[in-house]
Write a protein that binds this ligand. Sequence first.
Ligand SMILES: O=C(O)c1ccccc1NCC(=O)[C@H](O)[C@H](O)COP(=O)(O)O
Length: 211
Amino acid sequence: MTREQDVDAAVAAGADALGFVLWPGSKRAIDEARLAELTARVPAFVTRVGLFVDQDPGLIHRCAAHLDLLQFHGDESPEACAAFARPWIKALRMRDGLDLHALAAAHDGARALLLDAYRPGVPGGTGATFDWSRIPAGLAKPVILAGGLTPDNVAEAVARVQPFAVDVSGGVEAAPGVKDAGRIAAFLQAVRRGDALRAAGNAQCPGTPDP
Ligand SMILES: O=C(O)c1ccccc1NCC(=O)[C@H](O)[C@H](O)COP(=O)(O)O
């Protein structure tokens, strides 16, 4: 979120959480002052998530005053993630050979693992999907599915993967950092459609193989 109207549109559409990128390398980056302004608009019970990539602990401490949850998107150790007085989640980029069971155990203190696409040199917001069948059953942590989700594919993603939550950035934008209220609303509707498909046993989900 970089703009007031995008915060308002996401809240109106029923988003449970809003993300604020504090990493200056992102086209969606905001600074501490903007974080304070934008998060002040967020109503109670909508989670304010701050996103960091291997950043200065002092900055994270200051930003935490405006945040409910910290999202670590770099190579932070579990100990580094746990050093702030806020719940946290760890983003894992799905490069080849990841042992998600071992990583879930290593990140015991995380509230969830956010699984995102891997693209060398780009820590996040790639707009790329990954092969969802690589997510093993029975992970010890709730999964937040991310990476290339859009209003067109998120219903299938929810029905197939059955994640705890989904995360989207580029799929609801008109341009990097500029969200589109229509796409946000369409995304949230598609999430609910996917949840209904899931509850109905995936019967109509196009991506689910026949039993
Ligand atoms: O969004 C960014 O610009 C970004 C930059 C660096 C690290 C993380 C970033 N975003 C993190 C997110 O949680 C995104 O929502 C996630 O990577 C999915 O992005 P997209 O594929 O565009 O939906």
